[in-house]
Design a protein around this ligand. Structure first.
Ligand code: 13P
Length: 250
């Protein structure tokens, strides 16, 4: 990781009511009252549990993040939630451009404007980038990833590189139990880092891997030199397995 702090982030997706979220936090605090030195941890509940999780994790080093935000500060946008609203609920970051949202029509340009809105509101964006199976098999992965990355980081200023996180999430690995091999993830992330280099200090850019990460697979993944942590879906829903992945980063 060459001086970059690892980040383990749990994306709960559309899981857990506020009561279930509080129960998770109690179990997590019992299991992991402190996180290993040098490791950052983020928990990303649905909007409706942000406040409950922020309160239940008060004093714990894990920070809380949303799963998306609007690019607009306020206005007639029914169903949308702004960066300052999630900040007010205790979030200090937000996942942006997850492939599950891109599949519903979110474009690179929309992701970029959300990245800018997040930074302007004091949130750390966790920007998701990934190729489909067809793109991987068609040999266009590096072009696809470079395109997504360039648009997203095009709105990031040089002095903001420490405030953003990129998550490489191959779409075919999400929720499938089919994790990219550590070699493939390392090679892909190293290429992404190289493609970011002309635009910002890529040695300082944190790039995570996401897609079917489990306690059993985390350690071999996290020792790779360019992989700076993990964005964990299913395995973050259980405090025990999430804690084991955090320990693997320590
Ligand atoms: P899984 O870990 O469930 O594959 O999900 C990965 C993901 O999409 C995290 O954002």
């Amino acid at each position: 990781m060459q001086g970059r702090r690892p980040l383990i982030a749990g994306n709960w997706k559309m899981h857990k009511t506020p009561a279930e979220a509080r129960e998770w936090c109690a179990g997590f605090r019992d299991r992991l009252p402190a996180v290993p030195p040098g490791v950052d941890v983020a928990v990303c509940p649905p909007f409706t549990a942000l406040e409950a999780v922020s309160a239940a994790l008060r004093g714990h080093p894990a920070w809380v993040a949303a799963q998306t935000i609007s690019d607009q500060p306020s206005g007639p946008h029914t169903g949308e939630v702004s960066a300052s609203m999630v900040f007010g609920c205790g979030a200090r970051g937000s996942i942006l451009g997850h492939s599950e949202r891109r599949a519903m029509g979110e474009t690179d340009a929309m992701v970029a404007s959300r990245v800018r809105a997040a930074l302007d509101a004091g949130l750390r964006p966790i920007i998701c980038i990934g190729e489909s199976l067809d793109e991987r098999e068609g040999g266009v992965t590096s072009e696809i990833l470079a395109d997504q990355l360039m648009v997203a980081i095009g709105v990031v200023r040089a002095n903001e590189v420490d405030r953003i996180v990129i998550a490489y999430e191959p779409i075919w690995a999400i929720g499938t139990g089919r994790m990219a091999t550590p070699e493939m993830a390392q090679e892909t992330i190293a290429a992404m880092r190289a493609s970011a280099a002309p635009h910002l200090d890529a040695n300082r850019l944190r790039i995570l891997y996401g897609g079917s990460v489990t306690p059993a697979s985390a350690r071999e993944l996290l020792v790779a030199p360019d992989i700076d942590g993990a964005l964990v879906g299913g395995a973050s829903l259980d405090p025990e397995s999430f804690a084991m992945i955090i320990e693997a980063a320590g």
